[in-house]
Design a protein around this ligand. Structure first.
Ligand SMILES: *Cc1c(COP(=O)(O)O)cnc(C)c1O
Length: 379
């Protein structure tokens, strides 16, 4: 008998979504626009304590619009976390701009603020120009050293785009992630902490920026009875049907965070004492939503057990796990880009593994995962 598949992170509906969708159908707001989008935007802004929000078709689209609104053009340099998903930095290339990658610090695995500052100075010296923006990511829900990153951005007059795609519900010193940046972005892709099947959001305290984002996301239509365009636009708006799913998901965000954090606690209690398996706890003042539980496997102290031994053993049992993100500066497509490196993200990629972390996993499934890992490590 084949064992049922355990996914890394699958959608988890709360139950109310279908009622909002029914409402959409009953009122025939199946057209892309509609009232549910506005309610979803207000809900998100309130949840994060941000003033303005535009609901969009993806997190990647949100980053793209942020760059456009900040005036990013060909030849501009953008300082960007290297340890992330490609959605963070692909929009830099859409604009013909140049990513300059910043490596991680070991405590939170996110952008190293000291290296960021060094890079700003070095880029100014070498190019005679200030980088145009900073994109800082909170990976796996763990807050970056965002206070320092914001400080550095402000000191040098460089706007910060906060990529909180994986970090909805996380806090730094009590403040929600996604409320620090000059712009911040969220993702509601199917594997994220809440989902609209696909979707994203762009938030800011600057109202005109968010109005501009809505304008650009709906093909840049000037006010006129006919269709009049004086700028290039995009088809990036979230559909009203997806927003209805989002309204249902909004109701369970905090519950989802609790469930994912409980996964982390379970894994740590079962595996935390095994030789060579390391968990990264929240530093004091940092609260991670634990979007994905991650472990580091150190082959030097774990009887020669490698990350891939564990991943393959899980795969054989129909359990999905995945190596940590491969740093962008190591990706073939970005191989010629400049990187300010500490070597941290390369090391994390080599030894790190994401364990199944869905908020809908039951105890029996989590136990199936830990049983396999214990067997490998105790071999
Ligand atoms: C998922 C993700 C994105 C992109 O979001 P999409 O909605 O999939 O476009 C950007 N950055 C990070 C860190 C992500 O995990």
């Amino acid at each position: 008998m084949s064992k049922s598949k355990i996914w890394l992170s699958s959608p988890h509906m709360g139950g109310e979504e279908i009622k909002f969708i029914q409402e959409v159908f009953d009122t025939n707001w199946v057209a892309p626009v509609g009232p549910h989008i506005n309610t979803f935007e207000t809900g998100l802004a309130n949840y994060l304590g941000m003033d303005h929000c535009a609901a969009l078709s993806s997190g990647t689209a949100a980053i793209h619009l942020a760059l456009i609104i900040l005036g990013v053009k060909q030849g501009d340099e953008i300082l960007c976390s290297s340890f992330t998903f490609a959605g963070t930095c692909n929009p830099i290339a859409y604009q013909g701009a140049t990513p300059v990658f910043i490596d991680s610090e070991m405590e939170t695995w996110n952008m190293d603020p000291e290296l960021l500052e060094e890079a700003i100075k070095d880029r100014e010296k070498k190019t005679g120009k200030k980088p145009k923006a900073i994109i800082a990511v909170h990976l796996y829900g763990m807050p970056a050293k965002i206070d320092r990153i914001m400080e550095i951005g402000h000191e040098h007059g460089i706007p910060v785009i906060e990529d909180a795609a994986e970090a909805l519900g996380s806090t730094f010193q009590g403040q929600k992630l996604g409320s620090f940046g000059d712009f911040s972005i969220l993702s509601f892709n199917g594997n994220k902490i809440i989902t609209t099947s696909g979707g994203g959001a762009l938030l800011s305290r600057n109202e005109s920026w968010i109005q501009k984002a809505r304008f650009l996301s709906t093909q840049a239509r000037d006010p006129a009875p006919h269709y009049e365009h004086s700028e290039i636009g995009y088809n990036y708006r979230l559909s009203n049907v997806c927003a209805a799913i989002g309204l249902g998901q909004m109701m369970v965000i905090d519950q989802r965070v609790q469930q994912r954090r409980a996964n982390y606690d379970f894994y740590k209690s079962e595996l935390g004492t095994l030789t060579g398996i390391k968990f990264t706890d929240d530093p004091s003042g940092y609260f991670s939503n634990r979007w994905l539980t991650t472990i580091l496997v150190d082959p030097d102290i774990s009887n020669g057990i490698y990350r891939e031994d564990i991943r393959r053993a899980l795969e054989k049992e129909n359990i999905e796990s995945r190596p940590l993100w491969k740093p962008m500066h190591m990706q073939p497509v970005f191989k010629d880009c400049i990187v300010y490196s500490t070597g941290v993200s390369a090391l994390l990629f080599k030894n790190g593994l994401c364990l199944p972390s869905g908020s809908n996993l039951g105890k029996a499934e989590l136990e199936r995962v830990t049983r396999v890992i214990k067997e490998v490590v105790n071999l």
